[in-house]
Design a protein around this ligand. Sequence first.
Ligand SMILES: [Zn+2]
Length: 262
Amino acid sequence: MYKRLKVAILVLIFIVIIIPILLLKFSSDDEISKDNNKKISSVDKNDIAENKDIHDAKEIEKPNNDVQEKPDIKGNSSMSNQVINVETIDDYKVIVNKKHPLDRNYRPGENPVAKKALLKLIGDMQRLGYPISNSYSGFRTYQRQSELYNRYVREDGKAKADTYSARPGYSEHQTGLTFDIKDRRGRLLGNHGINNSAANWLAQNAHRYGFVVRYQRSKEHITGYKAEPWHIRFIGNDAVKVYERGQCLEEFYGVEGGDYIK
Ligand SMILES: [Zn+2]
């Protein structure tokens, strides 16, 4: 009888004390694991947020990302019969080279902001005593470039013409953001060593007016063109960074350059 009572008490103790303790333990384990899940997922979110911040920061630091994300700007060849208005493109980042032609109907004319900067630059050079002409070679239509290129091909053959003249659609002059600087006798600045000191000044100061000297000797394999000390391209505020980094536009904006696709 006493034994039975003892067993009954033990069973009762088990039911009243041990089971609740076990239940409590399981449920708290559950809480812990939920909590861990919460922590893990919040870590994930933090990682994502951090990556996003890094990504955003990169975008701010490297304007080339902007261009890469806008294939319309550089992938002009796919935009047949579609006219691009450069004035609507942020900071004048349109890239034209032997991989990225412009549409034949793209005819923005001379960009007024770029022209204003050009006139300031020419005026300053003249005040410094350089024999710079007020006349320059600026905006060129696709049709005009076509006439020029075909003439050079007739005179020099295609292979040679390709080394110094752009094929129609491939000329940066079609952007309305590009200018060839000439001396008072109408000669291209720095061509065959003419007016070298003025050309040097241009190379070292064009960025202060928002321009880059587009084709430089050390970048010929990337730009696809021989050095042209007279040919400047307006890009606005980025010009200072391009100059300081010693890059060409293809490098700075992360755009493919080089020769024509054969
Ligand atoms: Zn030019």
